[in-house]
Ligand binder design. Structure first.
Ligand code: FAD
Length: 266
């Protein structure tokens, strides 16, 4: 296995030109699991960890190689919360936002946040860069719109970020597990609510009917919150697998969304 360790994007593209089938490696917390299991046998690896452009994190932009250990200190509540729930300290020290986008698992914990705030993903290649809405980038279970020769540069957050955000997830235990269901809820000063759900569909989903219904309520009553919870559950599209059942996931995601909304209103 040949490992290339460029320090800048130009070096990444040089390496991709000479070996287009290279594995792009960020923290390796997903990719190395597959290598160790023999599922992936890359001849060429490009390590992205030293690439300065990918480690950049400013107000509205999170570079793909920003780790959860850094994101834990975000001022954005949901981003800090979700980052604190990922794996263990070792996983958070290595794992990155770009790796979550690259794997595109329906259970990736950063993805409901990006969906709830309507983030865009920036991709770069030798030819230039292109921006994609989160839902154009995430095309299905473990599938995304990344093309050969492209690198995920990072995620752009909107200028008008909601004032309140909250993240919640459930797994078979408190740590080191893949989510059975997760949500990110946001609420603006004007009361507009967004809800994004993870692990309850082929990819991250927005609960649009629940959003519309609760956004019309300035001071939601218990009955309105009941209806919100019911709609979120109804809009989830989970499957039964070795982690949980369809029925449990539907119920859980509604409860999580109601709790997260409560934190956005508290
Ligand atoms: C024990 C354990 C616990 C975990 N717990 C969680 C959890 O709680 N929540 C969660 O969401 N995930 C969890 N994960 C999964 C993993 O940590 C995350 O998905 C993480 O975000 C992956 O980031 P990475 O930098 O390690 O990606 P890598 O493994 O380096 O890469 C993953 C994929 O993305 C591609 N990629 C990475 N960066 C780029 C880029 N810049 N451009 C193009 N392609 C790129 C790679 O080629 C690869 O296909 C866990 C993993 C382990 C092993």
């Amino acid at each position: 296995m040949e490992i290339n360790r460029p320090r800048d994007l130009a070096g990444v593209f040089d390496a991709l030109d000479s070996s287009p089938d290279s594995l792009l490696l960020a923290g390796g917390t997903d990719a190395m699991v597959l290598v160790n299991a023999g599922v992936l046998r890359p001849e060429h690896v490009i390590s992205l960890r030293r690439v300065s452009e990918l480690k950049r994190w400013s107000d509205g932009f999170i570079g793909s190689c920003v780790t959860y250990a850094r994101l834990e200190h975000s001022d954005i509540a949901a981003l800090a919360e979700l980052s604190r729930t990922v794996g263990s300290p070792q996983i958070r020290a290595a794992g990155t936002l770009g790796g979550n986008l690259g794997t595109a698992s329906p259970a990736g914990d950063a993805l409901p946040f990006l969906a709830a705030v309507d983030a865009s993903v920036e991709l770069a290649s030798r030819a230039g860069s292109r921006m994609m809405a989160w839902d154009d980038f995430l095309t299905g279970p473990k599938r995304n719109a990344l093309e050969s020769g492209e690198v995920i540069l990072g995620a752009h957050l909107p200028a008008d970020m909601p004032s309140r955000t909250a993240f919640a997830k459930i797994g078979v235990r408190q740590a080191m597990v893949i989510s059975i269901a997760s949500v990110c809820v946001t609420r603006s000063e004007a009361g507009a609510v967004t809800v994004a759900m993870g692990a309850v569909g082929p990819t991250v989903l927005r609960a649009r009917r629940a959003e519309e219904m609760i956004s019309a309520e300035r001071a939601p009553t218990e009955a309105a919150l009941d209806e919100f919870q019911r709609l979120v559950s109804e809009e989830a599209q989970p499957i039964t697998d070795h982690r949980s059942t369809e029925e449990y996931r539907k119920m859980a995601v509604g409860v999580l969304a109601r709790r997260a909304l409560g934190r956005c209103m508290g």
